[in-house]
Design a protein around this ligand. Structure first.
Ligand SMILES: [Zn+2]
Length: 215
């Protein structure tokens, strides 16, 4: 699936200007400094919403999205969960959480994975329907995983992030009996009629699926 490089590098939050490598490195340093200072790595968002009992994935940090940005449901009894949809944010981790907390943005994913260390934030419970795929049917039947980064820059796709995300995807697939294949674990760009290009041609699907199957 490496035929998408000609597409415009369109991610989910439509940042008008991607950061330079210098900004990327500075952002990572700030994130790590914040993590050291707070013990959580997500500052105000963490202080506002942490609740260890409220996550579906062990070790995830509860960073709740605004209720305006998802629909309450009772999956899988109300609707089967058939897909994992992979996204790249075009925002830093904390800014992604802030977008999801803003009721005017009308978007969310169940999880966000941080580039520098693979830290996972959960923003929507898996039983509920996040608004991420741009397609109601896919939203109803999927879990959305957002990855901090920009599609054109593979430096964001660290081994730490791949490993943490793959373990998460494997756990989700085990919970809902989702096959570990590219039909059921797919990119946002592979949702029918999607105008988004994430995760893009720098996302290493072969490596990712190998990690998922080993997890
Ligand atoms: Zn996306």
């Amino acid at each position: 699936m490496r035929t998408l490089c000609f597409q415009l590098p369109t991610g989910d939050t439509m940042a008008p200007n991607a950061p330079s490598r210098r900004t990327v490195l500075r952002g990572a340093a700030v994130t790590l400094t914040a993590a050291a200072a707070t013990g959580t790595g997500t500052g105000a968002a963490a202080r506002a919403g942490s609740s260890p009992a409220a996550v579906d994935h062990s070790g995830a940090q509860w960073l709740p999205a605004s209720p305006a940005n998802y629909r309450v449901a009772r999956r899988p009894s109300s609707c089967p969960v058939d897909y994992v949809v992979i996204h790249v944010t075009h925002e830093h981790f904390d800014d992604t959480v802030a977008v999801y907390r803003n009721p005017d943005r009308r978007t969310s994913t169940h999880y966000v994975v941080r580039s520098a260390d693979g830290h996972i934030g959960q923003c929507v419970r898996e039983k509920d329907i996040a608004r991420h795929a741009g397609d109601d049917d896919y939203d109803n039947r999927s879990i959305g995983l957002a990855h901090e980064g920009w599609v054109h820059d593979p430096a964001w796709f660290t081994e730490e992030m791949y490993a943490a995300s793959a373990a998460l995807t494997a756990a989700v697939c085990a919970r809902y009996a989702i096959p570990l294949d590219r039909t059921h674990i797919r990119g946002h760009n592979e949702v029918p009629h999607s105008s988004h290009t994430d995760p893009g041609c720098n996302w290493d699907w072969d490596h990712y699926l190998e990690l998922v199957r080993k997890a």
